[in-house]
Design a protein around this ligand. Sequence first.
Ligand SMILES: C[S@@+](CC[C@H](N)C(=O)[O-])C[C@H]1O[C@@H](n2cnc3c(N)ncnc32)[C@H](O)[C@@H]1O
Length: 228
Amino acid sequence: MLVGQEFDKLEDGYTEKIRRWVPHYDELIRSLVTGLPNDFEPQTTLDLGAGNGNSTFAVRQRFPEVDVVLVDASAKMIASCAERFGTSDAFTYVEKYMQELSFMPKTFDLVVAGLSLHHLLEADKQGLFSRVYEWLRPGGRFLACDIFVDTKDEQNHQQALAEWERIAREQGSSDEDWQYLMEHYAEYDHPDSFDDQMKWLRESGFPQVSIAFSRGYFGTIQAIKPMD
Ligand SMILES: C[S@@+](CC[C@H](N)C(=O)[O-])C[C@H]1O[C@@H](n2cnc3c(N)ncnc32)[C@H](O)[C@@H]1O
């Protein structure tokens, strides 16, 4: 099954489930905007893998006037976003795989990805980072919160899964939840490490790349496009 169809099945009660399943979920989503400087005032934002719109909600709380393009591969998630934010010029809803997106260069001031990049394979992440660089205006920022794991190091990988399970259970996940999560993980998740993703961002042209927030294997990376 394609990942978009998998998330169609998760749309009902999504926020409640993801808060149980993902360690530090609310903090991660908030970290997409909390560290942004006061003089950063985006007019246009792209939300990659928008789900039911929690990242967009956080962006709009901080920047109430910002226009947002929400992209997701799941038709049900996009329908849920449209119901949540309504029809106005401020919101554009795009049901599409991010690998197939194209925008004019310098379209966005801010690009966010909330827990969605781990669904992309390494080569697709690298391709996306180069395109995000093009889509950003000078001075624009890209923030992505996610799980960051070096899966090529089996010990690191197992430690990350153990930490995830411990915190998920503290957050109320049941045996059934954890079994589902590991089945979903095996089929749809392809996390990469902080180091690898930061390297790929630098190789895509971003000179300034940093960790904006971290809690163990979960965190947020930020890349800033220089001013012209
Ligand atoms: C774990 S959810 C996160 C949703 C939301 N950003 C949040 O933080 O709650 C991942 C979302 O990314 C979407 N997704 C996964 N792979 C995608 C892809 N290649 N292109 C577009 N959307 C994708 C899924 O449909 C899902 O809605």
